[in-house]
Design a binder for this molecule. Sequence first.
Ligand code: ARG
Length: 467
Amino acid sequence: MAHQAQATWGGRFSSGPAGLMLRFSESVSCDARLAPFDLQGSKAHSAMLAHVGLLSRRERDAIHRGLDAIGCEIIAGKFKWHAKLEDVHMNIEQALTKRVPAAAKLHTARSRNDQVATDMRLYLKAACAELGTQLQAAQQAILGAATRHVDVLIPGYTHLQRAQPVYFAHQLFAYLEMLERDAGRFAAVHDHANWCPLGSGAIAGTTLPIDREFTAKRLGFVDAAGRPRVTQNSMDAVSDRDVHLEFAAACALTGVHLSRMAEDMILWASMEFKFVELPDAFCTGSSLMPQKKNPDSLELIRGKSARLQGNLHTLLTLVKGLPLTYNRDLQEDKRPVFDSHDQTALCLAVLAGTFAGMKVNRFRCVMAVADPALLATDLADYLVRAGVAFREAHHAVGGVVRLAERQKVPLNRLSLAEVQSVHAAFRKDWVEAFDLPKAMQRRTGTGMPGPAQVKRQLARWKKLLGQ
Ligand code: ARG
């Protein structure tokens, strides 16, 4: 069944799109969330049109009043969205036209192609700023956990085998570094989004005497000195989706980081490790097994990271084969971008909540880190200090480990004679290599887990995160 010709582009059509086509092509069910940015863009555009004399001041003011009223209706949930008007842009323009006759001039020197590009850049700037704040909140929750347990030692793992002792806080600081890089990426995406495409028209700008810099300034597309930043090629501006992709990539990488943290905590919370206890508020039970407390928040973070990668992949594939410039395929860019934004925000909030309520089982940590084998490398360093070449020292300590295993005793329970039978450089003080506090104190270099370094990092993060 064909509908009446579509009002905004219906001039050359004898009939409107079929009902099925309308359902197929509408995007307002998804892009209505761009409304605040679309309104902002239209206000700036109409202000510019008045500035260059294409609108009278009175027309501009009527348009602004109409847009403000529509904005209020949308916020109040009273605005009626119509799928047959396709998208957010046409819904708002049509509603405005009904109230304000001058609205018929609003689309002068503008196309939905540069309009949607502008809306999305405004949206992405806001999303980057919001995720930056949320990353900081997650970092603060992690820093809180580090501060509360600053004296706790745990084994650090490689290959999921106990490797060397580290302060629990040292591992949490690793998470802070990861999230800090993520924040840097969102700041970079924000900067890349900060160019105004408005004025590029459908593909080739306009013949009318517009002032692109005026609009850019109005919309906050400016550099640090307040100079307007406008895109430099109209064809690129309406077809470029790099910022969308970069945003999704930043979300995907944040997701990978969150997933790795989640995996650590899932392990730590298991009966086998029992280093931490997760807050009930972020766990669920089993419908069958009464004893179970499942780390669902963390498993979902791990799962959602797959979704974030999927969104990035969708966007890469969407854009890959497209000829310049705008193609309707690009309408499909919004769902993955919005979803990445929403899910990243949720994951960060849930991670923060989980860290804030997490308890550390100090006893289990002490037990786990007490294994002298964790300091086997320190024993090799002992031999190095005695003048033995590291390769030889490594080999000798390997022999000591084998000996202890054969005798079924901890490494530090062998006798001096026994270790000397492996290497003559061992002296009476060899067991001091297993003095855990002293061993930690020897790790003095930047980025190492010595107590002084951990304290320094704690102070650094407190300062960086404003605590
Ligand atoms: N809803 C459209 C989108 O998001 C807006 C641009 C439409 N442009 C066009 N030439 N049909 O892509």
